[in-house]
Design a protein around this ligand. Structure first.
Ligand code: SF4
Length: 116
């Protein structure tokens, strides 16, 4: 049995996932909690956020995030890919900073505009 708090909405239901019974989820108030509980127990993923350096006098760093969730266990390896990157303005929100992170078909993208 695994106990989780559902983070899909502010209700924060306390879920129990029975790994020995086909990942049966209890404690959920809606079906989104079932999907979340199964996903967390079977293959947890996260959207990863960080920042990268910018060659600019206006902003020293640019916030980035993955455009899709990646396996939670690869989050730190993914962030290591950002080391040494220096963006040259102009940067537009949505620009790809690192493509196809660790083969997961997710990209790090800029989340703010940085003018020249
Ligand atoms: S189970 Fe449903 S109601 Fe409960 S926190 Fe998750 S999404 Fe919200």
């Amino acid at each position: 049995m695994r106990e989780l708090i559902c983070i899909v909405c502010p209700q924060g239901c306390h879920l129990t996932v029975d790994e020995d019974n086909d990942y049966e989820v209890t404690g959920n108030r809606c079906l989104r909690g079932v999907a979340y509980g199964k996903s967390e127990a079977m293959n947890p993923t996260r959207v990863v956020t960080s920042t990268v350096c910018v060659r600019s006098g206006v902003h020293a760093r640019c916030p980035v995030k993955t455009d899709h969730p990646i396996p939670k266990g690869d989050a730190f390896r993914a962030m290591e890919l950002l080391n040494g990157i220096q963006l040259i303005p102009p940067v537009q929100r949505g620009d790809i900073v690192v493509a196809n992170i660790l083969g997961h078909q997710a990209n790090f993208i800029a989340t703010r505009d940085i003018p020249e």
